[in-house]
Design a protein around this ligand. Structure first.
Ligand code: HSE
Length: 324
């Protein structure tokens, strides 16, 4: 059957969520309905091509052949071939990436493009082939692999929440890549991008290669207690675990006005404040909309450094990647 044009959308995400370095991630959805994620359109064509449009299109490599979405397409076709599909008989597609998320922002920008590309291709070819080519686990493994090509190491804390939605914990056990965790529906997540660029590879390079025993124990305790508190819906205890003993002490030096922003958010009563992924975006967790509005405005006025920055009041995007 011929597939019609489709578009996949994949939301922005917060990697680490402070307390779960490389292991925890959350998908974001602005409460005002604005789009905070990349889109990938897929349509039938004579030959493969990638077009790039959108606010941040000009920040990507000029040659579409080196764009991550092109790499996703080739990887997808190779994986189909590996599982015995006669790829020469498949229809050819053209793809358009609508690059809405800034690069090097800590919002899971590359993950959003990767997830939209793979999810879109999987849906597109499921109609063509009469069955879904890859299940969610296989698709997540493929997404992680491509994310690794960009950031220099395979970590799923952006691709997993971006694809599955909500709050996800990495399992990375056999084909179980990620687990969906319960959340607090009443929490607001203020997410502010300052407008400067921090590459994930650079933000990883400044971290020590080894972590002291006491820090390791604290990290493990916080993550375990946080997950337990989520299951018991103990909001106060969960929030008390949301600090970063691994990366923030080193990375905050890359983020102008970080300490001041944390101080303001805490004075307003934010439940937690931290770096989104590898920065420069930051997030504040609030249990009231009034508080989130005040913090969002202050960050927009004080944390943003130039006119590419922006700030949104979000809740968790429970849907993850979608097709329309
Ligand atoms: N967990 C990774 C890091 C992802 O902090 O380096 C960044 O989004």
């Amino acid at each position: 059957m011929q597939q019609k044009t489709l578009t996949a959308y994949a939301p922005a995400s917060i990697g680490n969520v402070s307390l779960g370095f490389d292991l925890l991630g959350a998908a974001l959805k602005p409460i005002d309905g604005s789009l905070l994620g990349d889109e990938v359109k897929i349509e039938l064509a004579e030959q493969f091509e990638l077009k790039v449009e959108g606010r941040f299109a000009d920040k990507l490599p000029a040659d579409p052949a080196s764009n991550i979405v092109t790499l996703c397409y080739h990887h997808f076709i190779q994986c189909l071939a590996k599982q015995g599909c006669d790829v020469k008989s498949l229809p050819v597609v053209a793809m358009t990436l609508y690059k809405h998320l800034p690069i090097g922002s800590g919002l899971g920008s590359s993950a959003s493009s990767i997830v939209a590309a793979f999810h879109g291709l999987n849906q597109f070819f499921s109609t063509v082939l009469g069955e879904t080519p890859f299940n969610d686990s296989k698709l997540l493994l493929m997404m992680g692999e491509l994310e690794g090509q960009i950031s220099g190491s395979v970590h799923y804390d952006n691709v997993a929440p971006c694809f599955l939605g909500g709050l996800t914990l990495m399992a990375e056990h056999r084909d179980q890549v990620a687990l969906s965790l319960p959340t607090f529906k009443q929490w607001y997540w203020v997410s502010c991008y300052s407008g400067i660029t921090v590459s994930t590879a650079a933000a990883r390079a400044i971290l020590p290669k080894e972590v002291p025993m006491a820090t390791t124990i604290q990290f493990g305790r916080q993550l375990a207690v946080f997950v337990d508190a989520l299951y018991r819906q103990d909001e106060k205890l969960a929030a008390a675990m949301m600090s970063d003993v691994i990366a923030e002490p080193y990375r905050k030096s890359l983020l102008p006005r970080f300490d001041e922003s944390r101080e303001f958010a805490e004075k307003q009563g934010a439940l937690a404040f931290g770096i989104s992924g590898s920065g420069p975006s930051v997030f504040a967790v609030c249990d009231s909309l009034e508080q989130a509005i005040v913090i969002n405005q202050w960050l927009a006025d004080n944390y943003i450094q130039n006119d590419t920055g922006f700030s949104h009041i979000c809740q968790l995007d429970q849907q993850g990647a979608i097709i329309y």
